[in-house]
Design a protein around this ligand. Structure first.
Ligand code: HEM
Length: 185
């Protein structure tokens, strides 16, 4: 399924309504300035795991580049325009992870960290009635992000299998993701 079509389904499955989109847009001035701080804390967390640290430091300049890309991704959560273009960008990010060997099992805990850091900031800065609607909208967009990422991994794996890598799942993921990225670049 095309990322745009999948996103439409996810919007309906998570119940992301116009009121949630407006809430996310309203949160932008509060949350976007936090992007760099959240990126720092996020990569600090990833770097504490031996396997993830090895991937992060495998290529010179990678971590520095990642701070910026992650912060852009984070600000995007509050853009208020969740359309086919948004879905394509997010799907590509998923493929980049699969292509560089980030294991699927690293992804959900990492989303959990983004959630934890963000919820802490929301709780510290918003008043009680506002915080509930903010958390609800934020959790919906995060569920959508996680599902888009998961779908990219599935696409990569399936393509890797079709290319004859069925005997080795990890290899299938990397080969499949690289081949899809090669086709779309
Ligand atoms: C919530 C989960 C995550 C988010 C939102 C995220 C965000 C991003 C973004 C936006 C990019 C840039 C992609 C591009 O070039 O188009 C990226 C790349 C990358 N991420 Fe993540 N990431 C996540 C989890 C992880 C985890 C768990 C690892 C484990 C080591 C990781 C390692 C990397 C690596 C190695 C790259 C490629 C960097 C490069 O050489 O360009 N990420 N990430």
């Amino acid at each position: 399924m095309e990322p745009g079509a999948l996103l439409s389904k996810l919007i309906s499955r998570t119940g992301l309504l116009e009121q949630h989109v407006q809430t996310l847009r309203r949160l932008e001035p509060l949350m976007a300035p936090m992007a760099s701080e959240i990126a720092l804390a996020f990569y600090d967390y990833l770097g504490r795991d031996e396997e993830m640290r090895a991937i992060l430091w495998e290529v010179p300049g990678r971590v520095e580049r990642l701070y910026q890309s992650f912060a852009d991704w984070y600000r995007g959560l509050f853009c208020g325009r969740y359309d086919a273009e948004y879905a394509e960008k997010r799907a590509r990010i998923g493929l980049v992870h699969a292509a560089v060997g980030v294991k699927p099992s690293f992804i959900m805990p990492a989303f959990g960290i983004v959630q934890e850091l963000s919820l802490e900031h929301l709780r510290n800065t918003l008043r009680t009635p506002e915080v509930f609607s903010a958390v609800e909208a934020f959790e919906k967009i995060m569920a959508i992000e996680a599902a888009l990422m998961q779908d990219s991994y599935m696409q990569a794996m399936e393509y890797g299998y079709r290319l004859g890598m069925a005997a080795d799942q990890e290899k299938a993921l990397v080969v499949g993701a690289r081949a899809i990225l090669g086709k779309t670049n």
